[in-house]
Design a protein around this ligand. Structure first.
Ligand code: ADP
Ligand code: MG
Length: 469
């Protein structure tokens, strides 16, 4: 739901407030009602007593010795009709309206009672009193209709509810206004962010109320990540451009020189250089493309890949290269299944082995291993070359980073491609020195694909391609 914060808070207040108002009104109404009923009841007792004092014995009968004028006066009431009834000791009617309802319980002498009843289709309140006469007790009843009582009830109800409703309404209005004031900082924050230029990725001011702080913090962390991402991208582009410029400039000069050359021998050496530089440029462009492909964001269409098979396919080419540099290249391959893109994984392996063959001295040895164990599919390339100094081991994974004084034709992208591809396959790359202490051991570790773990395993530790020297 997208209702405003203010609306929500107000809804939450209005319901409970109305309940409170209802409860409060009810309580104060009951108190006032009881007090009013008591007052009216005691007023109703007056005519009862007046009538009681006029009961006389005449002969062997009791009668009411009250002039009809006085009785009429008793019955006059501005709003209500008043009725009366007097019963003798045997329950015989002495005076008044015989149909008036009698009290719910028997009265002791000189006791009185008030009760509600209906008479002639109307609700009435009755006061009844037992009066001692010579030979027993007579009972005097006076009833009145409820017009003025009902009127009073309504007045009491209004009097007790209206002020509470007013207070509640005022409270809601205050809360509405207060929330608006309280949320002002959010408005200011919104304005501040809206007013920014799209290039302005500086952190947002932190001096906001406590409740807004986490939001501002999250926004700022996002901004700083965005900043880092943009900076890294810009550095990358600048480096790529720089790296492309050098071989291209060389190509251009050498091509121009070649044009002016009469001698075929010199021409040949210049063309050789052009060919070499063209090779380097296209390698660089290929690496850049691989890197772009390995970047996250593209849809990863993973398929089961056996690192063993993947590497086995290119063994011949690699052996050729190793032979030409007189390096002892060995393969110790076990099945190692993972989920991934064969092309990218092949590229990862190619970059690792390319480094090992490029930086290991002639006469050295390089070993490639694959293993599936403990939920991991591992690809290892070990050499006994110069190794990578401990201080450089993190940096070599940066784009375009090469260890100072490294010869060869690399552009410094190889290991960053390796890291990028491993990352994309939820894997990681460890760089260490081999157990022998000399050389480099790089290990790419991927999640192992469980469904393919029961494959036949090629015996480990076989040097599949013994090199002749
Ligand atoms: N097997 C290795 N033995 C020694 N040094 C290596 C090895 N692999 C990589 N390096 C060092 O790491 C640096 C970065 O490697 P890489 O990213 O592949 O770039 P490049 O090979 O193009 O220079 C290399 O310049 C090299 O100095
Ligand atoms: Mg390399």
């Amino acid at each position: 739901m997208n209702a405003s914060l203010r609306q929500r808070l107000t809804y939450w207040l209005v319901g409970p407030l109305l309940l409170l108002v209802a409860a409060g009104s009810f309580v104060s109404y009951r108190i006032a009602f009881n007090a009013a009923t008591k007052a009216y009841d005691s007023a109703l007792l007056d005519p009862v007593l007046a009538i009681a004092s006029h009961i006389r014995r005449t002969g062997d009968r009791l009668e009411l010795d009250l002039p009809s004028i006085a009785i009429e006066a008793l019955r006059i009431d501005t709003e209500d009709r008043v009725y009366y009834k007097v019963l003798g000791p045997e329950g015989e009617l002495i005076a008044g309206t015989p149909q008036l309802p009698t009290p719910p319980e028997r009265l002791a002498p000189d006791e009185h009672v008030f009760y509600d009843a209906t008479f002639d289709g109307e609700r009435v309140r009755v006061a009844a009193r037992a009066v001692t006469v010579e030979n027993g007790t007579a009972v005097v009843h006076v009833a009145e209709t409820l017009v003025k009582r009902d009127k009073l009830v309504l007045e009491l109800l209004i009097a007790s509810t209206a002020p509470q409703l007013l207070i509640a309404a005022a409270a809601v209005a205050l809360v509405w206004f207060g929330i608006g004031q309280g949320l002002k900082p959010l408005d200011r924050l919104r304005e501040e962010i809206a007013a920014r230029s799209p290039r302005d990725l500086r952190a947002v001011r932190e001096d906001h109320p406590q409740e807004v702080q986490p939001l501002v913090g999250a926004v700022n962390r996002l901004l700083s990540r965005l900043n880092a991402a943009i900076e890294s991208r810009q550095r990358f582009i600048a480096n790529a451009a720089h790296q492309l410029r050098t071989p291209l400039a060389g190509l251009k000069t050498h091509a121009e020189l070649a044009r002016r050359q009469p001698s075929t021998v010199e021409l040949k050496s210049l063309l050789d250089m052009i060919a070499q530089e063209t090779g380097r440029t296209s390698h660089l462009v290929n690496q850049l493309l691989t890197l772009a492909r390995a970047e996250p964001g593209e849809t990863a269409s993973g398929q089961p890949v056996n690192l063993h098979e993947l590497i086995g396919r290119d063994v011949r080419d690699w052996v050729q290269r190793a032979l030409s540099k007189n390096i002892d290249l060995g393969f110790e391959l076990e099945d190692a299944w993972t989920l991934g893109e064969p092309l990218l994984l092949r590229e990862l392996f190619a970059n690792l082995l390319d480094n090992a063959l490029a930086y290991t001295q002639a006469g050295g040895s390089v070993t490639v291993r694959t293993q599936g164990r403990d939920g991991e599919a591992v690809l290892e390339v070990e050499d006994n070359g110069p190794g990578i100094p401990e201080t450089e081991r993190e940096k070599v994974f940066e784009r375009f980073y090469r260890v100072a004084a490294t010869g060869g034709e690399g552009c410094g992208l190889g290991l960053s491609i390796v890291a990028e591809i491993a990352d994309r396959h939820n894997g990681r790359v460890d760089l260490a020195a081999p157990a022998s202490g000399r050389g480099t051991l790089i290990r790419a570790v991927f999640p192992r694909l469980a469904t393919h773990t029961t494959r036949v395993v090629v015996p480990a530790a076989t040097r599949t391609v013994p090199m002749s020297r």
